[in-house]
Design a protein around this ligand. Structure first.
Ligand code: MEV
Length: 328
């Protein structure tokens, strides 16, 4: 570790799934845009412990043994600890560390805070050590760290955190293709219900085990919507993209991951003039997204609030991981 530096801050964005959730876990592609920003600051500690401060999840100088299994750590510290462990496994490093994280966005929205924090910590550690990571290397480290904690997931959220912008993503290779698109006129509504991605992904796995062909057909249809969505995005055809949102929502209802509450908010957004609306992410709660013509934004936001949702202001297409600040 470069002892001359006192602390380094890096940041990475979260994500909004545009099309392709769940199917992407089974090798089909998805479209994702980066939103929000999470900061991680890394500094040396005098002892041999990992000191985590993450106010959003209620951790204030929580001291942990650096090499403890992440599953035994407090939930709010797991992604940070996994990032440090993965980094050290690949690139070395020793001694105690202080890591603090912050964001204007609450982690309860389901906007990919776990992957964003993981990637921000990795980016800060790399800068600290003077290691220049390629985006592919940062993605691989982030993917391993997230899997060490969560056990499941396609990695699309890690890709959004590393690359930012709007991406066409497929796991495996992986395929990560930045798309040249203008700012997407999205309205995001929080349902008020915090969903647990891993539980929802396991629920879909159980349904698939019981009805393999039926569920795989839904995933194949999802892939078709994603390909059409990529074309619509690149052509700037937002009305078509909106209708693809509506079709994707139908598939997600059939997959069993939508909820009456999400559907009420989606109906409200459509009724107020959105081009289309759908849940975004694992479902079960968290957020919906609506694609809106310029003149309808206020009406759609008001309709979501009237239906009991909370509007979350985001800027789609946020830039990817970067070093923000070097002190010392
Ligand atoms: C969760 O935001 C999206 C899922 O497709 C899981 C994943 O891709 O990791 C349900």
């Amino acid at each position: 570790m470069n002892e001359k530096r006192q602390q380094i801050t890096a940041s990475a964005p979260g994500k909004l799934m545009l099309l392709g959730e769940h199917a992407v876990v089974y090798g089909r592609p998805c479209l994702v845009t980066a939103v929000g920003r999470w900061q991680a600051t890394v500094a040396p500690a005098a002892d041999d412990l990992l000191h985590v401060t993450a106010p959003d999840v209620g951790l204030l100088d929580c001291a942990l043994p650096l090499t403890a299994p992440v599953g035994e750590m407090p939930a709010g510290a797991r992604f940070i600890a996994a990032a440090v462990q993965e980094f050290r496994r690949q690139h070395g490093g020793h001694g105690g560390l202080r890591v603090s994280t912050s964001s204007h966005f609450s982690s309860r929205y389901g906007l990919g805070s776990s992957a964003a924090v993981t990637v921000a910590v990795l980016q800060a550690l790399a800068a600290w050590h003077g290691v220049s990571l390629t985006p592919t290397e940062l993605f691989d480290l982030g993917r391993r760290a997230v899997l060490a904690v969560q056990g499941v997931g396609s990695g699309f959220d890690v890709a959004a955190a590393v690359y930012g912008g709007t991406l066409y993503f497929a796991a495996g290779g992986p395929t990560i293709e930045p798309l040249a698109v203008g700012e997407l006129p999205l309205v995001v509504g929080y349902s008020g219900v915090k969903a647990d991605t891993a539980t929802l992904v396991r629920g879909v796995a159980a349904r698939r085990a019981a009805a393999l062909q039926e569920i795989d057909r839904l995933f194949d249809q999802s892939a078709i919507l994603v390909e059409a969505g990529r074309q619509a995005l690149q052509a700037g055809d937002l009305a078509t993209l909106g209708s693809l949102f509506d079709q994707a929502q139908e598939l997600l209802v059939r997959l069993g991951v939508s909820t009456p509450r999400l559907e009420a908010l989606i109906a409200a957004a459509r009724g107020a003039g959105a081009w289309g609306a759908k849940l975004s992410g694992a479902g079960g709660g968290d957020c919906l997204i609506a694609l809106v013509p310029a003149g309808r934004r206020q009406a759609v936001e008001a309709a979501i609030v009237t239906a009991g949702g909370e509007v979350v202001a985001v800027h789609p297409g946020e830039p990817g991981a970067r070093v923000e600040d070097v002190l010392g």
